[in-house]
Design a protein around this ligand. Structure first.
Ligand code: UD1
Ligand code: UDP
Length: 396
């Protein structure tokens, strides 16, 4: 297949982290940089803190095309991406459409290209939670079924695809592009003054705060589940500070269910703080952080409580203890070879898991950096070269 024009689509926060190394690898490959790479932003995420800040932090070039689809029900969002992208694909006629991850923009773009018989490449193929109630699981399965090139981050993902009947010759275990981004940006992140701004600068030692992120509908859209999580967070926050950069989906529900009172620093429900002084133990809400600031606060955290897919991988690489507030994970390698424990969302289970890890939360940054390097080597091909492998395979 001759690749003269490739279209790369991204739409939501984790997508931006994944496309950055792919764009860089294209521009650095003498074979690939003769081809035209067109970047399309669907507009699924549009707030500065969920979108543009990643372009700024990761030096991602301005998208060639912006579809402006915005928020809506799953059907609305997918339909809007398809309608807008179809026009672009018909006009531009790329030789290949590349999609990353598992968000609505991913499956919508893959289906649009598939219908026009444009081959699809899926980066981060093969991940499965085996939980059909999770919106991303349908996106993953369908995108993989429509793809001609399936780039997996780990061997378990490769095996999942073989089990689903996908031909082995289409699957390439290239490693993890999120780790490419992490490795190349860690030095810049380490220099960020974010911990000083938050009053959490414990003289470079980890262990004075816990980092929290939550945005999965199964956690934040259900008042009973979110209530149990918040009671556990409040109990932990009596011992030390909990820093929670709040995703907009979660903030809307926190206010709706009345959990904003749990925060130490929230006086008005209309908006949250960009920064806050979090020195005194308590639960602190701040706006979502940009990539570099968030990487720094992950690196220095005593532990991370999360339901994010990407954060399970990043904490594993960094050697930071991670408790995943979900019933399952599509990234089992982070449990087998990393620092991740999948503990569910129940208040008692969260407290039990916290009590088991809290005595090990201290350490020093030297050990943590060494740990990060070890973890990176432990998982095959989480070495910062995944995007290079993708480009080599496409242009060989
Ligand atoms: C989406 C992805 C999820 C991914 C997450 C990363 C799907 C099905 N879900 O979830 O897999 O883990 O992104 O963060 O694709 N909103 C804003 N500003 C924005 C974007 C959204 O305020 O810039 C609010 C809107 O009220 C919107 C809600 O957040 O309705 C949810 O946004 P949406 O993109 O539909 O899903 P996420 O929960 O962000
Ligand atoms: N992230 C960030 N700021 C935040 C929260 C997350 O930069 O306030 C980054 C995180 O480091 C990772 C990515 O966003 O690279 C993960 O995205 P998210 O958790 O939204 O989605 P998921 O990975 O669950 O699909």
């Amino acid at each position: 297949m001759k690749l003269n024009k490739i279209m790369l689509v991204a739409g939501a926060r984790p997508n931006f982290v994944k496309i950055a190394p792919i764009i860089k690898a294209f521009s650095e490959s003498p074979a690939a940089n003769k081809a035209r790479l067109l970047l399309v932003h669907t507009g699924q995420h549009y707030d500065y803190k969920l979108s543009q800040v990643f372009f700024d932090d990761l030096a991602i070039p301005r998208p060639d095309l912006y579809l402006g689809v915005g928020s809506g029900s799953h059907t609305t969002q997918i339909a809007k991406v398809m309608l807008e992208l179809e026009k672009v694909l018909v006009r531009e006629k790329p030789d290949l459409l590349m999609v990353v991850g598992d968000v609505n923009s991913t499956v919508a773009s893959a289906l649009t290209a598939y219908k026009l018989q444009i081959p699809v490449a899926h980066v981060e193929a093969g991940l499965r939670s085996f939980d059909r109630t999770m919106p991303e699981e349908a996106n993953r399965i369908l995108t993989d079924q429509m793809s001609e090139f399936l780039f997996t981050p780990s061997r378990d993902a490769f095996d999942n695809l073989l089990r689903e009947g996908i031909a082995g010759k289409k699957i390439f275990n290239v490693g993890n592009v999120m780790i490419d981004t992490l490795k190349s940006n860690l030095p810049k992140a380490i220099d960020r003054p974010i911990l000083k701004k938050l009053g959490l600068d414990n003289e470079g030692k980890p262990g004075c705060y816990v980092l929290v992120t939550l945005h999965r509908p199964s956690n934040v859209d259900d008042a009973k589940v979110l209530g149990g999580i918040f009671r556990a967070l409040r109990a932990i926050s009596r011992e030390l500070s909990l820093l929670y950069p709040v995703h907009p989906r979660s903030w809307a529900n926190i206010v709706k269910f009345g959990f904003h009172d749990y925060f130490e620093n929230v006086k008005s429900t209309s908006n949250i703080r960009q920064f806050s002084n979090c020195t005194r133990p308590g639960l602190y809400a701040i706006d979502p952080l940009g990539y570099l600031d968030f990487l720094k606060v992950q690196l220095h955290a005593a532990a991370v409580l999360t339901d994010s897919g990407g954060v399970q991988e990043e904490t594993t690489f960094l050697g930071v203890p991670c408790l995943t507030l979900r019933e399952n994970t599509e990234r089992p390698i982070t449990v087998d070879l990393g620092t991740n424990k999948v503990i569910g969302m129940n208040e008692e289970k969260i407290m039990q898991a916290w009590n088991e890890i809290k005595d090990n939360k201290n350490g020093n940054m030297k050990e943590r950096h060494a740990g990060a390097r070890r973890a990176g080597c432990k998982i095959s091909k989480w070495d910062g070269k995944a995007a290079e492998r993708i480009v080599r395979i496409l242009f060989r």
